[in-house]
Write a protein that binds this ligand. Structure first.
Ligand code: DC
Length: 231
């Protein structure tokens, strides 16, 4: 049947963990897989972005770890899935795209390095995974959140391929930046993510390493669906 994906295992039993550095296309590809298979797509980066947004809106400095940790007790995050789209409610209010601004991205990166922030978001993520039938993307899904996931994929692309994609994306948004600068930022962020103490971005021992330089979105999604068919 055209457009139907047959997976041998019951879809509700499957938990797919997609980890990897920024710019590898994790969220776009995971969303595509969700649309094709009926899995629920859980974007865990949105949670760190929401904590970052809260700190930013309170005027807390990114470097003020104590103040960030102190404000966690005021933060109430709830997730809802409406027509397969994840919505994040921060203290009762839908955050929408406000977590996607450059400031929220910078704050997300800063807060995600703090172990108390990771601990704060741990139960919520584990509860989401428990229900099954999910594809979650992040940095530590296969290593910390669902260490017993049915399928773990560490998705990456070379820094040059990711810089080329980001360069084109920025140009299209009218925010062009020299290619060398884009590449330098990616290499620097990779190093920080890999070397940070709390949940570094590294593949789980049993993850499938998928370098997608030469794959488009559809091909990448189909490759991972192929792995799911063999579960
Ligand atoms: O995937 P993203 O760009 O939306 O993630 C935002 C930030 O949160 C990024 O700096 C990495 C961090 N993050 C994390 O540390 N662990 C996760 N599971 C997801 C995101």
């Amino acid at each position: 049947m055209k457009g139907t994906v047959i997976i041998v295992k019951d879809i509700k039993e499957i938990r797919v963990a997609i980890d990897g550095p920024s710019g590898a296309g994790k969220s776009t590809i995971a969303k595509r897989i969700a649309a094709k298979t009926g899995l629920v797509y859980v974007d865990t980066g949105a949670l760190y972005r929401t904590v970052g947004l809260y700190a930013y809106e309170r005027g807390i400095s990114q470097d003020d770890c104590a103040a960030i940790v102190a404000c966690l007790s005021e933060i109430d995050i709830k997730l809802a899935y409406e027509n397969g789209v994840q919505k994040v409610y921060l203290c009762g209010k839908d955050v929408g795209d406000s977590i996607r601004t450059p400031a929220a991205s910078m704050y997300a990166s800063a807060v995600s390095k703090l172990p108390p922030v990771r601990e704060f978001l741990l139960k919520l993520q584990k509860d989401l995974a428990k229900k099954g039938g999910v594809i979650m993307d992040g940095r530590d899904i296969g290593t910390v959140i669902i260490p017993d996931a049915e399928l773990k994929v560490f998705m990456t692309a070379t820094p040059e391929a990711r810089a080329r994609r980001r360069f084109i994306e920025l140009e299209e948004k009218g925010m062009a930046q020299p290619y060398d600068e884009v590449l330098r930022d990616i290499v620097e962020r990779d190093r920080e993510d890999r070397e940070r103490e709390a949940s570094p971005c590294v593949p789980a021992e049993d993850a499938v390493n998928f370098v997608n330089d030469d794959y488009g979105i559809e091909e990448s999604a189909d490759y991972i669906i192929g792995l799911m068919k063999n579960l």
